[in-house]
Design a protein around this ligand. Structure first.
Ligand code: PMP
Length: 446
């Protein structure tokens, strides 16, 4: 597009955030939320709502998708969280087919009331052994595992000390469980220590849970888990680490940052999701005693009162673990890391700021939300399917493009993605600057 030929984009579609609608006020619960749809729809009408897309094919390196206004597009796919491409692996599809023939397609109950199957029982053992933990139990989703582990153990007079950027599943679990929630500065061991000192100086009676992630997917960074575990030991706190994004994909044997930092079997509670590297929906909590497992089974509501993982999911994940821990898994991780480094290098060479450390989530800093929306609008036409992360998912004015790398991306896919980011950024920047100058002219003329 040439300067001055942009179709008019109303400022309201580039301003505001979902946060504006979170605390809606008024007596009618449904009437008071209507403003969100109005704002969202304005963005939708101008091609600025890149969320709620659906996929028309398997989540491969190239795929077809449609936005939620029905527009189709096809392109290189950096928007799926299938880091090792196991979702379409032949052995996993075969395992799923076999279990359908054997068990049908449904778990037919929570794990407490015969919803478990031979496949889920085996999978729990597999996960515990993989992580060098005593026990593991399954949850219907990673969200349920994270939220349920906290809510299952923490009581209102206890304390939760949590990384400020922890995933909403962890934050909502804490909010539902306790009154006393303390957020420490992202990845700051010192800030965490400060809270623990303060809490223990006043309260030796109640429990403390320290919560973090092994890989933060909006920033692609990892805390010093060993130092945090040492703090927990010092202050009689329980340590919970969410490994959703690195388990399977990174670290020695695919065991993530916990293994890379020499902590296998030492963290009190490890929670995770199967939805990134294990080809299925579902999640788990791994713990260091049968006592903890049995307590969570009955006192963590999403485990006790929600139907168990289906045998299809359990068998698929079991097969995924077998692949992850074998030679093929290592080869896939090597391919994935090669792709990650290649993509990051090309983006940096093109002048972009790429956040954090190498992981399957490659976040490209854009900045202002309005600019980021204009850039994201151009990605599909440039042939790239990638996600936009904007406030409140990330800090204000720290919007970014989130490219999720898979082992199956080719060099050509990566080159195409970088070219698309360059084109979308140049066009978005030009339009953003033009809109800003037009607005200034209007303001100057009263
Ligand atoms: N924890 C973290 C850190 C996550 O990033 C996610 C998913 N994005 C979850 C939990 C939830 O996992 P699931 O998709 O399996 O519900």
């Amino acid at each position: 597009m040439l300067k001055g030929t942009f179709s008019y984009t109303p400022p309201a579609a580039l301003a505001g955030s979902a946060r504006d609608y979170r605390h809606a006020r008024g007596a009618d619960l449904l009437a008071r939320i209507e403003g969100f749809y109005k704002w969202q729809n304005l963005r939708r009408q101008h091609g600025l709502w890149p969320f709620s897309r659906s996929i028309d094919e398997r989540p491969g390196a190239v795929t077809a998708a449609r936005d939620d206004a029905g527009g189709h597009f096809r392109g290189v796919n950096f928007a799926s969280e299938d880091y090792l491409n196991l979702a379409s692996h032949p052995a996993i599809r075969q395992a799923a087919h076999e279990v359908i023939d054997q068990f049908g397609v449904h778990s037919a109950g929570p794990a407490t009331l015969m919803g478990a199957s031979a496949h889920s029982v085996r999978l729990e053992r597999k996960i515990a052994d993989f992580l060098d933990m005593e026990e593991a139990l399954l949850f219907p989703t990673g969200w349920a595992a994270a939220c349920g582990a906290i809510k299952g153990l923490v009581r209102p007079s206890d304390h939760v000390v949590m990384d400020a950027l922890a995933h909403p599943s962890l934050k909502e679990g804490a909010a539902a469980a306790a009154r006393n929630i303390f957020l420490f500065r992202h990845n700051s061991v010192e800030d965490c220590r400060r809270w623990l000192q303060q809490i223990r100086a006043a309260d030796a009676q109640n429990g403390i849970m320290v919560v973090t992630e092994s890989l933060f997917s909006m920033d692609s960074d990892t805390p010093d888990l060993a130092a945090l575990q040492a703090l927990c030991d010092e202050f009689n706190a329980t340590f919970l680490v969410d490994v959703a994004h690195d388990l399977g994909a990174l670290g020695p044997g695919g065991r993530g940052a916990i293994a890379a930092q020499g902590l296998l079997g030492q963290v009190d509670l490890v929670v995770g999701s199967f939805s990134k590297s294990f080809a299925a929906n579902g999640g788990f909590v791994a713990c260091r005693s049968r006592e903890a497992k049995e307590y969570l089974r009955f006192f963590s509501s999403p485990c006790a009162f929600s139907s168990a993982l289906s045998p299809i999911q359990a068998a698929s994940v079991m097969k995924a673990f077998e692949i992850v821990e074998g030679a093929e898994g290592q080869a896939l991780r090597d391919q994935l890391m090669g792709n990650i480094q290649n993509l990051r290098r090309q983006l940096v060479e093109a002048g972009f700021e790429v956040l954090g450390e190498p992981s399957a989530v490659v976040c490209v800093k854009v900045g202002a939300e309005g600019l980021a929306r204009l850039v994201a609008r151009r990605l599909p036409e440039a042939g790239l399917i990638a996600n936009l992360a904007e406030f409140p998912a990330v800090r204000k004015d720290h919007a970014r493009l989130r490219l999720q790398v898979m082992a199956g991306h080719t060099e050509a896919n990566i080159r195409d993605a970088v070219e698309a980011v360059k084109a979308a950024f140049a066009g978005g920047r030009e339009e953003f600057d033009w809109l800003t100058s037009e607005r200034e002219k209007l303001r100057a003329h009263g």
